[in-house]
Write a protein of this length. Sequence first.
Length: 321
Amino acid sequence: MSRISVVIPCFNEEEALPLYYREMCRVMGEMSGEEFELIFVDDGSSDRTLSILKEMNEADGRCRYLSFSRNFGKEAAIYAGLKNAAGDYVATMDVDMQDPPGLLPEMYRILQEENYDSVATRRSTRAGEPKIRSFLSESFYKFINRISKTEIVNGARDYRLMKRKMVDAVLGMSEYNRFSKGIFEWVGFRTKWLEFQNVGRCAGQTKWSVGKLFAYSLEGITGFSVAPLSLASVVGVCFCILSFLMILVIIVRTLIWGDPVSGWPSLVCIIFMVSGIQLFCTGIVGEYLSKTYLETKHRPIFILKDSSEEKKGDRHEAASV
């Protein structure tokens, strides 16, 4: 009998949790020959998410929970879940059922019967998603795959099932600034991709605004490519060459026609443009420098406030007394 750990990040998901648990019970019933543990990671929720997780843990020993001291983000929740997973196979999926739990038996079968280390999922369509959001997401995947050596599949989800060896490799990358889609690809291992139609949330509202998605995309770009730094250098060299040529043009023009002060409005526009380019390049360098600064602090990726393991320890201690 193999043990399958399922890592489920949760942030204010009190409405979705009962629906997800009901569906996972059905899936686990189909896979009755395997042992399961569901690791719910409460990412500093402000609603009844933690209370529901405690009730689920009391009713079903397969349900474990980890609760953060504050909101550390989905990437930290995934890392915490993987670190606490004891299974021979480990899955990561969202609680809102946009990652269909019904795919899990097929993913497990592939790892059992075929020569793969991981089965990952991607959306074949973005039906039902706002067009501007779909356009920005597709543009991000095209851009990052052009500038990065680590290829990230368009439409890739965090929903995947991995063998223990791959999980250990992912945990070996304990960097503070995390981008799981890139990390999963960077560690290598053979991965089979399953496609599925886009599925809407079963309940609640999305926690990913356009601003958060933009910040997340910057995390991926700065984490898996140094091309923007090279771009800043190239732009600087190009403008140095251009300014030198313009100086020569001004000198020749003055010697031939005189009137060296004409055209000052266009000169002011050029100064503003060059200053903007300089600030832009400085901003790129600053973005990478800030990531380096955060890494050198060696702060923990997450801080636990509560967990089902602590409750279990308290019960054992009370029983022994």
